[in-house]
Design a protein around this ligand. Structure first.
Ligand code: UD1
Length: 361
C-alpha cells in the first residue's frame, strides 16, 4: 500500500513521527512524507526533524504564510498535482491546521481515501480557524482516529458512521513517552527550580492588541513573585512589534525564541505551572501532572479538564497572578492520565491500517 503523510506546522511533527515509525516497523507499506511548508522557520520546523528523528520529507510544497484562503488554496493546488502523480492508496492527515483541511479537500475531490489522526475534537467555537478545519476534515474523512472518547461521541452526534471511527488514544503522547527521558531544561535554565512557563499564539489572544497588552501586563504581575519563561511564537512576536507593545525582558521575565521539542519538554516537565493557549500543551501538562492555566474560553480537549490538570480562564487575564499562586501552592487538582494515552496509539493505528490494507485486496 502506498501511503502519504501530510504535515505542515509545528504540532503536526510530534503527531506524525510515531505513526510513521510504527507503520515502518510493523508493515512494508511504501510511506511518503509531504511537508506543506506552512511552518518554515528553522525554529518552527527544521529543529523538530532533527530531534524527533522524522525522515527528511520526500516533498516540500514550500507554501509559507498567507491569509487563510490563499494559504489553504496554495496547498490544495500543489497537493493535487502531487497526488495525481503519486496516486497513493491512502493519505494520512493530522490535527487541525490549514494544511490538514487543504489535503483533506483534495483527497475528497480526487477520490483518494484519507484518514484523520486526532479526529472528533470540538471546541464548538466556529470563530476558531482550527474548529472549521476540524469540522470539514472529519466530515470528509474515510477513517477517523480519535484520541479520547469525547471525540467518538461528537462524531456520532454529527452522524459519522461508527464503522469509520477508531478510538486509538493520543499520538502526541506517544512522542512524549518516547522522548521524556531525553528531555532536559536548556543549559541557560538548568539550575532553575521554580518558574512559570508561558506560550501564546491563538489569534483570539494575540491578534487583538488590547488583549495582548493586557495578557502581557498580567504576566508582568506574575513575574513580580515568580520567574516567568516565555518562548515567543512568531505570530505573537510580530503582533508585539507591529503594535509597539512594551514587554520588559528582565531577570524575572525571560522572553526567548521558540524552543525545540526536547528543551521545551524539559522546561515543561519541571515547571511549577504552565500558562498557554495551545491545544497540545493542555494534553502534555495533563500527562505530566503539571498545573495548566489555559487562556481560552473553551477547549476541544475537555478531558484535560475532567481528568487532567487544566483550567480555562477565558479573557479574565487579571486572574492569572492569583491562579498561578493557587496552582503552585496547592497543586490540589489531582490528575489522571486519560485512557489510551499510553505511548501506543500509533501502533493501534498501524494495526488498523494493516487490516484496512488486507480488505483492499
Ligand atoms: C498554526 C495553526 C495552529 C497551530 C500553530 C502552531 C492554522 C490555522 N493554525 O498557527 O492551529 O496551533 O500553527 O504553531 O493552521 N510564522 C513565521 N515562521 C513560521 C511560521 C509562521 O514567522 O515558520 C509567522 C508568520 O508571520 C505568519 C504567522 O506566524 O503569518 C502565522 O503562521 P501560520 O502558520 O499562518 O499560523 P500559526 O499562528 O503558526
Amino acid at each position: 500500500m502506498k501511503l502519504i503523510h501530510v504535515i505542515g506546522a509545528r504540532p503536526n511533527f510530534m503527531k506524525a513521527t510515531p505513526v510513521w515509525s510504527a507503520i515502518n516497523r510493523m508493515t512494508d507499506f511504501n510511506q511518503i512524507l509531504v511537508h506543506t511548508g506552512q511552518h518554515y522557520d528553522k525554529l518552527m520546523s527544521d529543529i523538530f526533524f532533527k530531534e524527533l528523528q522524522i525522515p527528511i520529507p520526500d516533498y516540500n510544497l514550500n507554501i509559507g504564510s498567507d491569509t487563510h484562503a490563499r494559504q489553504t488554496a496554495a496547498i490544495m493546488i500543489k497537493f493535487e498535482e502531487l497526488v495525481s502523480d503519486l496516486k497513493p492508496d491512502l493519505v494520512l492527515v493530522y490535527g487541525d491546521i490549514n494544511s490538514t483541511v487543504a489535503a483533506a479537500m483534495v483527497c475528497a475531490k480526487t477520490q483518494i481515501p484519507f484518514a484523520h489522526v486526532e479526529a472528533g475534537l470540538r471546541s464548538f467555537d466556529r470563530r476558531m480557524p482550527e474548529e472549521i478545519n476540524r469540522l470539514v476534515t472529519d466530515r470528509l474523512a474515510d477513517i477517523l482516529f480519535t484520541p479520547s472518547k469525547d471525540g467518538d461521541d461528537n462524531l456520532i452526534k454529527e452522524g459519522t458512521p461508527k464503522s469509520k471511527i477508531h478510538f486509538v488514544g493520543n499520538v502526541m503522547i506517544d512522542t512524549l513517552v518516547r522522548l521524556l527521558p531525553k528531555a532536559d531544561k536548556p543549559s541557560t535554565f538548568r539550575d532553575l527550580k521554580e518558574y512559570i512557563l508561558v506560550t501564546l499564539h491563538r489569534p483570539s489572544n494575540v491578534d487583538n492588541p488590547k488583549s495582548l497588552q493586557s495578557i502581557i501586563q498580567n504576566l508582568e504581575t506574575v513575574s513580580k513573585s515568580n520567574l516567568v519563561i516565555f518562548p515567543v511564537h512568531p505570530r505573537t512576536k510580530k503582533m508585539i512589534a507591529d503594535n509597539n507593545l512594551e514587554i520588559s525582558d528582565n531577570i524575572n521575565f525571560r522572553i526567548i525564541a521558540p524552543l525545540g521539542y526536547l528543551d521545551f519538554l524539559g522546561l515543561m516537565k519541571n515547571a511549577s505551572a504552565v500558562i498557554t493557549d495551545s491545544g497540545g500543551i493542555q494534553e502534555e501538562t495533563t500527562y505530566l501532572g503539571i498545573p495548566c492555566i489555559t487562556v481560552r474560553g473553551n477547549t476541544e480537549r475537555p478531558i484535560t479538564i475532567s481528568l487532567g490538570t487544566n483550567q480555562l480562564i477565558g479573557k479574565d487575564y487579571h486572574k492569572l497572578p492569583n491562579l498561578v499562586n493557587t496552582a503552585i501552592s496547592g497543586r490540589e487538582k489531582v490528575n489522571t492520565i486519560p485512557p489510551l494515552w499510553d505511548g501506543k496509539a500509533s501502533e493501534r493505528i498501524a494495526e488498523i491500517l494493516i487490516t484496512y490494507n488486507k480488505n483492499l485486496k
